[in-house]
Design a protein around this ligand. Sequence first.
Ligand code: KG4
Ligand code: ZN
Length: 340
Amino acid sequence: MYILAIESSCDETSASVIKDSEVMCNIISSQHFHSKYGGVIPELASRAHLQNISLVTREALNKAGLAMQDIGALAVTSEPGLIGSLIVGSNFAKGLSIKYNIPVIPVNHIEGHIFSGSLQDRELYFPYISLVVSGGHTALFHVRSFSEYRLIGSTLDDAAGEAFDKIASLLGLPYPGGPQIDKMAASGKYDMFNFPRSMIHTDDLNFSFSGLKTSVRYFLKNEYNNNIPEELIPHLCASVQEAIVDVLVRKTHRAAMEYESNAIVIAGGVSANSRLRSKMSGLTSAHKIKVVTPDMSYCMDNAAMIGFIAEKKFRESEHKGFESLGFVVSANALRAKDIH
Ligand code: KG4
Ligand code: ZN
């Protein structure tokens, strides 16, 4: 059975067709225009989703060589995210559901990220540790099966991507700042400046990134009167990136040891970071831990990850329980009590 999945929780409109865990297409339309505002403007994001969603869905069906009549079920991100953006996707899915008389499977966006490693690598076996690291989340999960996973650590303040974005903005780099810092850091020395690695030695699996941002702000003000010489920016970027990556790698490794897992998945937008990927891969050579870094199209927000986990849920429920369109979207960020 073909599942048509829709994702619109933030600033990517995406549609994908999945069958038997195979991704037949994964169309992603990114709303780049937000960069001129220095961040995602929720109202503009939902309007852009409205404009794009039919086109993106049609493109997905065309690419898969299918018509709506071939689709057996829909999947849609219902939480968490920007409320207006979520409403566009879920109402679109509900509309298709009524017209074609097919069920809709609502999916938690974070679940999509958690299992993106399984989507990428069929030889990734449970249990594993999943690090979901994006502009809105920095969280570690102990994953035991497609229906059993537990939040074991998360950020107490800013997400790692938020730290990248805010520090890039202090440096006058465009939004989103993560890829800019990554690019700049390539020609910088990561040990030129020493920034704090908050909570790196604490016994828990939590993170904190707001102190790093404050530290960079004061450093720029006190050392360079907010006018750092251009030639030092790559070094600053490399040093900041190193501070963030060190904490992410250390805590993820700690989680793997604590939970006796020999596999790690990194997912979410920040997992595109080249230094994070290479330092995480270092765990394989040093500690024989398998590290799965999904392709970019499965790391960023995308509908394939939503369809993939929806298909598992649908099978597990023996295709029952998804007839009602009564589900509502929720903006709520990750809360430990919601996740089991
Ligand atoms: O998962 P995502 O596309 O959207 C959500 O936040 O849900 O993640 C976007 C975040 C942004 O904060 C962006 O700066 C960050 O991912 N990001 C990166 C890189 N590419 C994207 N951060 C560091 N290095 C990168 N290469
Ligand atoms: Zn995301």
